[in-house]
Design a protein around this ligand. Structure first.
Ligand SMILES: Nc1nc2c(c(=O)[nH]1)N[C@H]1C(S)=C(S)[C@@H](COP(=O)(O)OP(=O)(O)OC[C@H]3O[C@@H](n4cnc5c(=O)[nH]c(N)nc54)[C@H](O)[C@@H]3O)O[C@H]1N2
Ligand SMILES: Nc1nc2c(c(=O)[nH]1)N[C@H]1C(S)=C(S)[C@@H](COP(=O)(O)OP(=O)(O)OC[C@H]3O[C@@H](n4cnc5c(=O)[nH]c(N)nc54)[C@H](O)[C@@H]3O)O[C@H]1N2
Ligand code: SF4
Ligand SMILES: [Mo]
Length: 809
């Protein structure tokens, strides 16, 4: 048995190695692999297997985690999981390795006056934090993450809004999903996609609107490409500003200018109206028209008539759209004809190209509008599908509402009824929740890195599960200035040293992934659960515990906000005899399942917007369930695949085909928006003649803090680079591999040049991934953001590339 186990390990290891190894050579990339020949995963002699969602992307694959002698020794694709059916991408195969980097943080570290770090006890660390918050609760901010588990986010949310009456809590998902959220709210009155991954199994045409799922959602994308190998016909149209691995799998590539997506969507709607090929009955029965009022932009806008819509859209002729977008008139007509054809099923996918956009809310609503106007909606395969990036951006950020304006279950702080409902669920006194939205991410860091006497009114910040010192835009302005500000206090919980911990005053060592219990919510409304399987190293502890332990300190110091209406601790958990379990002491944290307590509390919030969740125990049994999950007469729980569609959604009345039951116009209808095209916030000029786009690569997760510590992944993609067009490089006398300076009006960064590499940018454009902490491209990027979602645009700014001079080295 032992032998077999180590055999198995070798098999898993070598398959993963082979997958990673082949990356170096490029060409046809086996980004996705089936379980390498291990059919069953028998327990025995100390090796146990248990399910968990993958730690990385919003696809939400499930893995089986093999644990032996208290260590994760193997990871395999989970055949029982509907999302990935046993498949994993290279990151998934290596997810176990992220626990075992040599420099894991294992003890709290306090920065001394001379800049060195000194190990301190947890109790000392908690005292320091609690004292700072107690002394100035309203200048404290919590910066969280779409990689928080659902209970972690819920605890942070309750601590801030239900405890401190402080709304300065925002997650990194502001940089990621905010425009998708406002796009859904503006269109359907409620957040998150109506369709599910089954759309990818059933569509005839898949359109990617400037995203690169071959590298960013590899297993999901393989659901489409695998259909071809089974002989099914599916046409993939890739619209992008550069060629990528997704382009390699596409039937057609449509190269657009940055911001061209807005014009393209308007152009398609123009043709649907002009050719009278829109879905008249769907529009009549289920849609209204909408635009911003003249007085300015608002989330919900104002109603316009169909005639008014026709009048405005008439200006977006194929010729004009061609000029704005860079597509040819024929390509625009082709897209118009495609959406005008109701005998095919069309799924649109998008991610950061549309969200990180100063017209982010607008372009999200426009693509929903293209699908609504053409009736390509609500049937399997006919769907506008916004993908999430992080493993729990949906679950923790959107559903739990950890944004500075939001409350759990689709509520907002500005609505007095919503506040009152939350106060009741939390059993806290009326008026506890503050009605003014807190700072969104860019503003929060602006206030933190601004000197206090100049109005910088955030003085203490707690960062969990995110690395803003590398990922905020325009780092010189929004983060690096912290170094000069002695009175500002930065607390960072992470698992490894990062550019963020480098400026932290207090570093807290965190437990990660299967070192703790957890729950995530993926891109298709699927809530997933896992149990702790191994101990964290040293004194590393759960993020959720940290929040509760800080709250407890404040409670003991007499902070009123940490008490509920009955004077009890807001995170009190009692055993069967009614005794309080001291979960704030880490040795007692796992005496009970804190995740389960928090989740059951959170569930109550979810029914108002029909995002109903099942009891915790149902998720223990399942490989995730897609909400709304409703109880059946026989006591079983049923998930929902297609929201708003009568054939599947339990909240659509019997006999109705569709019902947008959270319609902002309260008539069951969705909104088709009109927005005028606006130019990007910064454009190439004489001094900075290139468009700079930034993003990701297959092998690395964001800042590389985890994946760069996995040898196979870092070998496969060892260093950051700048993708250049061959002709541009030739004109500037720049060679393949040469290190150059990439600079903008905000900062600069040195990078080796890669020509005709992973991605191929057209002339006049460059692309840089942001995974390499030794090459900080976010010193160069721009912080301009969408006025409604407040999500910054990392996909376009003006830059130049120049040769290195002596002064640079
Ligand atoms: N391997 C890996 N996978 C990941 C991640 C990771 O770090 N590594 N991160 C996850 C996360 S959190 C996210 S958010 C996703 C991101 O997933 P994606 O959005 O797919 O990837 P990015 O690399 O951020 O986006 C790059 C693309 O933006 C497009 N673009 C540039 N300008 C425009 C424009 O004006 N309009 C439009 N429509 N498109 C434009 C370009 O075509 C370019 O290829 O990936 C998730 N998956
Ligand atoms: N240039 C550029 N910048 C971007 C983007 C872009 O496209 N271009 N995209 C933006 C987007 S979409 C996103 S989502 C963000 C992502 O930005 P970040 O969230 O800042 O990046 P990550 O590397 O995912 O950071 C997660 C951190 O948490 C740590 N960690 C892992 N597990 C745990 C845990 O259990 N507990 C704790 N406490 N820490 C843990 C990791 O070591 C890592 O340092 O980047 C944004 N920034
Ligand atoms: S596709 Fe995403 S969730 Fe699936 S294995 Fe790869 S990184 Fe993990
Ligand atoms: Mo993201």
């Amino acid at each position: 048995m032992k032998m077999m186990n180590s055999d198995r390990r070798e098999i898993l290891k070598s398959a993963a190695m082979a997958a990673a190894g082949s990356l170096v050579t490029g060409g046809s990339l086996p980004v996705v692999q089936a379980d390498p020949g291990v059919a069953d995963l028998p327990d025995g002699e100390g090796l146990t297997w248990n399910k968990a969602p993958c730690r990385f992307c919003g696809t939400g694959c499930h893995v089986q985690v093999g644990v032996e002698d208290g260590r994760v020794v193997a990871v395999a694709g989970d055949k029982a999981a509907d999302v990935n059916k046993g498949l994993l991408c290279v990151k998934g195969y290596h997810v176990g390795g992220i626990l075992y980097g040599e420099d894991r943080l294992t003890e709290p570290l306090l920065r001394q006056d001379d800049g060195t770090l000194k190990a301190i006890s947890w109790d000392e660390a908690l005292d320091i934090i609690a004292k700072r918050i107690f002394d100035s609760p309203q200048t404290f901010a919590f910066y969280g993450s779409g990689q928080w588990t659902i209970p972690e986010g819920f605890a942070a949310q309750k601590f801030m809004k239900g405890g401190l009456s402080n709304n300065h809590i925002d997650p990194n998902a502001r940089l990621c999903m905010a425009s998708a959220v406002t796009g859904f709210l503006g269109t359907y009155g409620v957040d998150e996609p109506a369709g599910c991954y089954q759309d990818l199994d059933e569509c005839d045409v898949l359109i990617t609107w400037g995203n690169n799922p071959a590298e960013m959602h590899p297993v999901l994308f393989s659901r489409v490409t695998d259909r071809r190998s089974r002989g099914e016909k599916v046409r993939i149209i890739d619209i992008g500003t550069r060629r990528t691995r997704t382009t390699d799998a596409a039937n057609e590539y449509l190269n657009m200018k940055p911001h061209g997506d807005v014009a393209i969507a308007l152009g398609i709607m123009h043709l649907l109206i002009e050719n009278n090929t829109y879905d008249t009955s769907f529009v009549k029965d289920h849609c209204n028209f909408r635009a911003h009022p003249e007085s300015g932009k608002t989330l919900m806008g104002e109603a316009i008539s169909e005639d008014e819509f026709r009048k405005r859209i008439a200006e977006y002729t194929p010729e004009r759209v061609s000029e704005l977008s860079g597509l040819s008139v024929e390509q625009i007509r082709m897209l118009g004809d495609l959406f005008g054809d109701r005998n095919i099923r069309i799924t649109s996918l998008w991610c950061m190209g549309m969200n990180q956009h100063t017209m982010g809310t607008a372009i999200n609503t426009l693509v929903h509008g293209v699908h609504l106007l053409s009736g390509h909606f609500g049937k399997p395969g006919d769907s506008p599908t916004s993908l999430t990036g992080q493993p729990s951006a949906c679950g923790t950020v959107r559903e739990v509402g950890t944004l500075s304006h939001a409350l759990p279950g689709g509520r907002v702080v500005a609505n007095p009824e919503h506040r009152q409902q939350c106060e009741e669920f939390w059993n806290v006194p009326e008026g506890r929740i503050n009605g003014t939205p807190g700072y969104h991410t860019v503003k929060m860091f602006d206030q933190f890195t601004m000197p206090t006497d100049e109005g910088g009114d955030i003085t203490t910040m707690f960062v969990q599960v995110t690395n803003p010192g590398q990922t905020l835009p325009n780092l010189n302005k929004l983060f690096n200035d912290k170094e000069q500000l002695a009175d500002k206090f930065l607390i960072v919980s992470d698992v490894y040293p990062t550019p963020t911990t480098a400026l932290a005053n207090l570093i807290l060592p965190a437990a990660m992934w299967v070192e703790k219990n957890g729950m995530f919510g993926n891109s298709e409304r699927r809530t997933q659960q896992w149990f702790k399987m191994v101990d964290p190293p040293g004194d590393a502890r759960d993020d959720c515990w940290m929040t509760i332990a800080i709250a407890r300190k404040l409670f003991e110091m007499g902070h009123e906000g940490m008490q509920d209406k009955d004077g009890e601790f807001i995170f009190a958990v009692k055993d069967e005899s009614g005794e309080e379990i001291p979960i704030w002491e880490f040795e007692h944290y796992y005496d009970t399942n804190v995740d389960k307590h928090l989740f059951e509390e959170y569930r109550q919030f979810t029914t108002m917007k029909h995002k109903n969740l099942a009891p915790y125990e149902e998720y223990v049994k399942a490989r995730g369930l897609r909400w709304p999950v409703v109880e059946q007469q026989d006591g079983s729980w049923r998930e929902t695949r297609f929201r708003f569609s009568g054939f599947d959604d339990p909240f659509v009345a019997e006999g109705e085909e569709f019902d947008f039951y959270h319609s902002s116009t309260k008539d069951g209808k969705a909104q088709i928006w009109f927005h005028d095209y606006e130019p990007p916030p910064e454009m190439p000029d004489e001094d900075y003649p290139l468009w700079l786009c930034t993003g990701r690569v297959l092998e690395h997760w964001h800042t590389g803090s985890m994946t760069r510590r996995v040898t196979q992944l870092s070998r496969a993609m060892p260093t950051g680079y700048v993708e250049m067009n061959k002709e541009d490089a030739k004109d500037a006398n720049i060679r393949q591999g040469e290190t150059v300076v990439v600079e903008s009006r905000r900062g600069s960064c040195q990078l080796p040049v890669w020509i005709d590499g992973r991605g191929r940018p057209p002339r006049g454009t460059i692309f840089v991934p942001f995974f390499d902490e030794t090459k900080m491209i976010n010193n160069v990027t721009l912080e301009a953001y969408c006025p409604i979602s407040k999500q910054p645009d990392y996909k376009k700014c003006a830059a130049r590339v120049r040769k290195m001079t002596e002064a640079d080295s």
